[in-house]
Unconditional design. Structure first.
Length: 247
């Protein structure tokens, strides 16, 4: 049974300010919660679940120690869920712990003003698929631990380190690495060789990369357009770029 203090705490984590203060975030649904309960760098702080989920996870088949577990009726889960249709379980986790990023190893994504949480979550998931372990977002980008972002990552939030900072300074500091910017006019992506390490800059969903940032990048890459669409979704473009460059 839920108590008022639990409801208040869970609802507070819907706001970035409190997620940052608590170092915590929310995940929902059996698949998502299962992924994060198995992840070595996320610690569960509390699990709120229906009898159905608890029966399926009898004996706590995850690493010890088990967090506090509260059994809820469906109506109680609806009170704290951010989903249109709540799905068996909601859990609160500490934000994942990572080692300090090493930009000289592998590919790093720089994201300029990605506004849609779902887009950001999908990019994190795509990065995980292609083995990209770190993403640096501009401070005005969506929050990686927004509930919609977390759900869209499908567990990849525990494997890809998402940081926030000055992208211009990051580009300057990586002078020894190849830096590529996704742009409407640039080198044909399909004619480029794969890279083992480097930096790829992707811009805002509608405005693209800020001009001041774009000026810092010598190599601009373009996904050739065959049809009449004005642009590509940022997550889709990231997936296409990584599928041709990551290697």
């Amino acid at each position: 049974m839920l108590v008022k203090s639990q409801i208040k705490y869970i609802q507070s984590l819907g706001q970035k300010k409190f997620r940052d203060e608590e170092g915590a975030f929310i995940a929902e649904g059996p698949k998502m919660v299962d992924e994060l309960l198995k992840a070595p760098n996320t610690r569960p702080l509390g699990v709120y679940a229906t009898e159905e989920w608890l029966e399926a996870n009898r004996g706590w088949p995850y690493r010890a120690p088990a967090p506090p577990v509260t059994e809820l009726k469906k109506g109680e889960l609806e009170r704290i869920s951010g989903l249109t249709t709540p799905n068996q379980v909601l859990a609160v986790f500490n934000k994942p712990l990572f080692a300090a990023p090493v930009y000289e190893e592998g590919i790093t994504l720089l994201l300029d003003n990605i506004q849609d949480p779902g887009n950001l979550g999908t990019i994190i998931r795509i990065a995980d698929w292609f083995g990209v372990r770190q993403i640096l977002c501009s401070p005005d980008s969506a929050d990686a631990f927004n509930a919609k972002t977390v759900q869209s990552t499908m567990g990849s939030i525990s494997r890809v380190q998402v940081l926030y900072g000055d992208l211009g300074e990051a580009i300057k500091s990586q002078a020894g690495l190849p830096v590529f910017a996704a742009a409407l006019e640039g080198e044909d992506l399909y004619k480029m060789e794969r890279i083992g390490k480097g930096v790829i800059l992707v811009g805002n969903e509608s405005k693209g990369i800020h001009p001041a940032l774009l000026e810092q990048v010598r190599r601009r890459i373009t996904i050739p357009r065959i049809g009449g669409a004005e642009s590509l979704n940022a997550a889709v473009a990231t997936g296409i770029i990584l599928s041709h460059l990551a290697g």
